[in-house]
Write a protein that binds this ligand. Structure first.
Ligand code: CP3
Length: 342
């Protein structure tokens, strides 16, 4: 196995960590904006295999990242289940809401998701042919809790209030929704693997708002179920889990879910993660994405501090969250240089 990213995921401690970035294909790149304009809008870009493959490749050509993440979105799964989905410029996603058992009845059965998601599998097929030999192809999906927060509220929310309210008033129905998304995610990620994804990542962006038993039931348990099902079908597939802002619950998360790697946001220090999380295996992270905007000496010193503090075990260098549209592409090149010379 020569690909650096797969070696780190297999538990190897490397002298220089493999590098990629969340949202590495995005609006901070002029070539992305040009291709998006050609597609018309964001969703048309996601569903156009040639153009989605093109934007996935753009940051690889420009920066030579070790990982290429499929260009798509976590909200394509609710759309494939029958929810309406659209994006409001400058504001974000909007979905038709699911708030009652009656709304569930309107949703499609999980086996039907492939019809809508087929272009995504085509994108992966193109990418497995076109990526450089040393680049690892990463597939992904949203975690059930995070996807549910958007399906229930119909949009992004600061505190996930509507999903928490639903969970408190009718935990049984809420659990049915989580189970449905869990099953759809298993089918979706399996198909991504069959189409060429060499690793898959589960994004639980709002895991941090689940506490105690809720974290066990709705962050940990669904991740465990998805990972077990994927590994039953594809025993050698590595999985990265990202329970963002899980704090202390990062401890033991890999062991409890079977994940091969835990992705860290930047609210935990890399020194703490080395002691408490990396002891169980590979970690990914966790430079604050603001450095991609501000640059300067802090960018270099922070990238090098993180690299050095996680050097004692398997590590994939990444940001703590996605790169933002106001980032300077030159800072990305500076970050890569800093990590490789740390
Ligand atoms: O990382 C990558 O480069 C791969 C592609 C990817 C996108 N979204 C593309 C995208 C991935 C992995 C995602 C995941 C995603 N999508 C998450 C989980 C990770 C996270 O950021 O917490 C979530 C919560 C979403 C839902 C979503 N999609 C939101 C809230 C938004 C609007 C916010 C924004 O940045 O505008 C999107 C849109 C989106 N997804 C864009 C991209 C490149 C911007 C769309 C555009 O070009 O206008």
């Amino acid at each position: 196995m020569t690909k650096l990213l797969l070696r780190a995921l297999a538990g190897e401690t490397l002298p220089t960590p493999p590098i990629w970035m969340m949202r590495q294909a995005g609006r901070y790149l002029p070539e992305y904006r040009a291709t998006r304009a050609k597609a018309g809008d964001f969703l048309s870009l996601c569903y156009n295999p040639e153009l989605a493959a093109e934007v996935t490749l753009q940051p690889i050509r420009r920066f030579g990242f070790d990982g290429a993440i499929l260009f798509a979105d976590i909200l394509l799964v609710p759309q494939a289940l029958g929810a309406d989905l659209w994006f409001v410029t400058g504001e974000g996603p909007r979905l038709s809401t699911i708030t009652s058992a009656k709304d569930f009845a309107q949703l499609k059965s999980v086996e039907d998701i492939h019809e809508r998601l087929n272009p995504i599998y085509q994108t992966l097929k193109i990418l497995s042919k076109e990526l450089p030999r040393e680049t690892t192809l990463i597939g992904f999906a949203g975690a059930p809790w995070t996807v549910a927060t958007y399906m229930i509220a119909g949009r992004g929310t600061k505190d996930q209030g509507p999903a928490h309210a639903f969970k408190s008033t009718d935990r049984a129905t809420f659990s049915v929704l989580i189970d449905l998304i869990t099953e759809a995610t298993i089918l979706y990620l399996s198909a991504q693997i069959e189409a060429g994804a060499e690793v898959v990542k589960i994004f639980d962006s709002w895991a941090g708002s689940l506490k105690g038993r809720d974290f066990d039931d709705f962050a940990l348990a669904p991740a465990k179920r998805i990972i077990a099902a994927l590994k039953e079908r594809h025993p050698s597939i590595p999985v990265i889990a990202f329970p963002r802002e899980a704090g202390d619950r990062y401890i033991g998360f890999a062991k409890a879910t079977g994940a091969d790697c835990v992705a860290l946001d930047n609210s935990v220090s890399s020194e703490w993660a080395a002691e408490n999380v990396q002891v169980d295996g590979c970690v990914q992270g966790n430079l604050a994405s603001g450095h991609m905007v501000t640059g300067g000496p802090d960018l270099v010193s922070e990238a090098q501090r993180i690299t050095r503090s996680l050097r004692g075990g398997p590590h994939i260098f990444n940001l703590g969250h996605g790169i933002t549209p106001d980032a300077d592409p030159d800072n990305v090149a500076r970050m890569i240089e800093a990590v490789r010379t740390a």
